[in-house]
Ligand binder design. Structure first.
Ligand SMILES: Cc1cc2nc3c(=O)[nH]c(=O)nc-3n(C[C@H](O)[C@H](O)[C@H](O)COP(=O)(O)OP(=O)(O)OC[C@H]3O[C@@H](n4cnc5c(N)ncnc54)[C@H](O)[C@@H]3O)c2cc1C
Ligand code: SF4
Ligand code: SF4
Ligand code: SF4
Length: 411
């Protein structure tokens, strides 16, 4: 059996682990009419089942921590931190800490290269890259909020440090048993509240009047400081849209599978980095990165980078980090209402329900989350790009203030 049913049921995270391990190169990640990437299997498949062994959406592969620990995962300590190099800090998404750590890993020969993500002008989408220089690390700094299959890039088997989202870390953990030679030396995880359809980029390009941008940043701190604004560069001219625009269209393009995801806090990574949400007093316009240390390897990396003077750190209570990321409130409500809705609707659930466990939630939150899930499923199932555009437009219209909606109606 292969992973076809994962794609058919709209629970593919586009991590790309299946494509990485397939001995017949039978798996490709293809864009659906709604702009999501999903794994497709060709006739070359010999039904060996390897792809299912590494897939984070196959229920029996669910990371096994006790339910009360699943949303937090194991951890040793937490910090806020930033790159001491001003260029790295300014170019980075939060405090540039991830890029500073990657530079340090390469400078000290702890890995030969880094797996990162960046904007590809030719496809107008996010792409995975293996890079070897500070210059290329800087070019890939910042966050790609549209789907970006990272793991197929691991094929060359180099000694790497990898930046990965939770579902990708889960797949790497599964890969350890199967192909340890492909597992990176370090996994620097990002906190992740979800990815979006590639159509989000198309929407932003249309809004900015830039159809072929040479550069694209979802959040560019150089414009107005942290958290930053959207910037696009086309024909040498930089156009800016407010970060609020991305927030306003996020519900239109969010990934259905991400709404069921337990792994916002990337429980399998060595280190987990995120924005300093909810940590008032910890950041100014220059930004800082919130870091959770999970493993001894992650701790040693942070210590050597600190000793080398490439990062600065301030101690933080892990509880404050979880509080700021609303792990036990908004995120927990999302996870447990999704479990209920997936099961009541008869949708294939990506996790082992026993491992996820149960939590109480209020019917009001449940109802709001259920509507969101129904919308994202409908959008994900769009049979044609035109149908997807129509569904997206309807959703966008429904989010306009009532006065604007009425004006539009009677125009
Ligand atoms: C899809 C997504 C959702 C996120 N959601 C949250 C959230 O809910 N809360 C929160 O606090 N933080 C979230 N983050 C993390 C946050 O945006 C920053 O990436 C993080 O704080 C690190 O900042 P930095 O300045 O240290 O990183 P930087 O120095 O800017 O380095 C970031 C590194 O991440 C790599 N990268 C970018 N996009 C991706 C991607 N899609 N997959 C893998 N690698 C990538 C870049 O290539 C770069 O190497 C999210 C990030 C992503 C990509
Ligand atoms: S079952 Fe085997 S051959 Fe078929 S897609 Fe999966 S890994 Fe490839
Ligand atoms: S979630 Fe990852 S491993 Fe599973 S089908 Fe999708 S791309 Fe393949
Ligand atoms: S929300 Fe979960 S499934 Fe979605 S991209 Fe993030 S880690 Fe992966």
């Amino acid at each position: 059996m292969n992973i076809t049913n994962i794609s058919e049921h709209h629970i593919c995270t586009a991590c790309g682990a299946c494509a990485l391990v397939c001995p017949k190169d039978a798996v490709t990640l293809e864009e659906t009419p709604a702009g999501f990437l999903t794994a497709r299997v060709s006739d070359a498949c010999v039904d060996c089942g390897l792809c299912r062994k590494v897939c984070p959406s196959v229920a029996e592969n669910t990371t096994k921590y006790a339910p009360e620990d699943l949303l937090h995962g194991p951890f040793l300590s937490a910090f806020t931190g930033w790159a001491t190099d001003e260029t790295l800090r300014q170019t980075g998404q939060s405090g540039g800490l991830v890029t500073a750590l990657l530079c340090h890993i390469l400078d000290t020969n702890q890995a030969d290269g880094a797996l990162v993500a960046g904007f590809a002008p030719a496809s107008r989408r996010s792409e995975a890259r293996i890079v070897h220089t500070r210059e290329d690390l800087l070019a890939a700094a910042g966050s790609c909020y549209t789907q970006c299959p990272m793991l197929p890039a691991l094929k060359d088997g180099e000694r790497l440090a990898a930046v990965v989202l939770g579902c990708q870390s889960e797949a790497l953990t599964l890969l350890k048993d199967l192909r340890p030679d492909l597992v990176p030396e370090f996994t620097i995880g990002l906190i992740c509240a979800g990815q979006n359809s590639g159509h989000m980029i198309d929407d932003i390009c249309a809004e900015a009047g830039a159809d072929r941008p040479e550069a694209f940043r979802f959040r560019d701190k150089t414009v107005s400081g942290w958290p930053g604004e959207i910037t696009l560069r086309q024909s040498g001219e930089t156009r800016t849209l407010p970060n609020a625009y991305r927030h306003s269209i996020k519900p239109v393009y969010e990934c259905h599978r991400c709404l069921a995801c337990f792994d916002q806090m990337n429980v399998n990574a060595d280190l987990v980095c995120g924005d300093p949400w909810g940590l008032e007093g910890r950041y100014g316009p220059e930004g800082c990165t919130a870091v959770l240390v999970r493993t001894e390897r992650g701790k040693a990396l942070l210590q050597t980078a600190l000793a080398a003077g490439v990062i600065q750190l301030e101690a933080l209570s892990p509880e404050d980090l979880f509080l700021g990321q609303t792990v036990d409130t908004r995120h927990s409500d999302k996870v447990y209402t999704a479990k209920t809705v997936f099961q009541s609707e008869g949708w294939l659930y990506p996790y082992d329900p026993e491992v996820i466990g149960d939590r109480p939630y209020t019917s009001k939150i449940m109802e709001k989350n259920r509507k969101t899930l129904l919308y994202t499923r409908k959008y994900a199932q769009s049979p044609t790009p035109e149908a997807a555009a129509q569904t997206a437009q309807k959703k966008k219209d429904s989010r306009l203030p009532l006065g604007t909606r009425l004006k539009k109606l009677f125009k």
